[in-house]
Design a protein around this ligand. Structure first.
Ligand code: FES
Length: 107
């Protein structure tokens, strides 16, 4: 398991790091990236595919609640860093489960 910055902050009894707003991160994110962001105060994973399409995905893995923003892209699939479940950021499909997602444009 990979310790997230939020988990480390919790262990150290620190406030978790603030997440930048999606609009702020969009201006500087690279294609093929997954970053933690905030969408109206809600924690999200901002996913920018290699073809530059961007999505905000609920930052909670349907398997065990891990932060999807700690994951990585395998092609167009968002892979959770904790146990490897895959989420389609375009549809939110994760096996038979679903994750909230929405398109935010093309960077
Ligand atoms: S928390 Fe287990 S795969 Fe995401």
């Amino acid at each position: 398991m990979i310790a997230t910055s939020a988990a480390i902050a919790e262990l150290c009894d620190l406030a978790p790091p603030a997440r930048p707003a999606v609009a702020e991160v969009l201006a500087r994110v690279q294609p093929g990236s997954v970053v933690a962001a905030s969408d109206g105060g809600r924690p999200v994973a901002l996913v920018v595919l290699a073809d530059r399409r961007a999505f905000v995905v609920d930052d909670r893995c349907p398997h065990d609640g891990g932060p999807l923003s700690d994951g990585f892209l395998d092609g167009d699939q968002l892979v959770c860093a904790r146990h490897g479940w895959e989420v389609d950021p375009c549809t939110g499909a994760c096996g038979r489960r679903q994750v909230a997602t929405r398109a935010v444009g093309v960077i």
